[in-house]
Design a binder for this molecule. Sequence first.
Ligand code: FES
Length: 125
Amino acid sequence: MGIPQPAFYIFKCEQSSPPGMPRPSCVTNETRDLFQHLAQRLMEKGIIGTVQPVRTGCLNRCQYGPVMLVEPGHVMYAGLTKEKIDRIIDEHIIGGKIVEDFVIEPEAWDDPISPEQMMKMTGAH
Ligand code: FES
């Protein structure tokens, strides 16, 4: 038997911009311990092996931050706090039910465009 692959990957945006930048970013002084909190909760629940938290760069939804993306499922959670992360772990990751209240608004996270479709749109080949 091989090593089981993770059931979930959680991509947490860890982008911070220097103070004074006009563009918002997911990591500020107030939110910089969210990744640590996420990893710690997964450890406490004993599921860190099958749920892989990943620090990632900007996911291009900065104004909705702090954000994280749960895969599989393309579920983008926005406006994160420690309390929200706890509920996402309990209800979505363990319970299997997406926490709709914390999902980014649909206008900001519409259906994906396939690479093939995009190539047609841009005229690339
Ligand atoms: S800084 Fe997090 S999505 Fe851009």
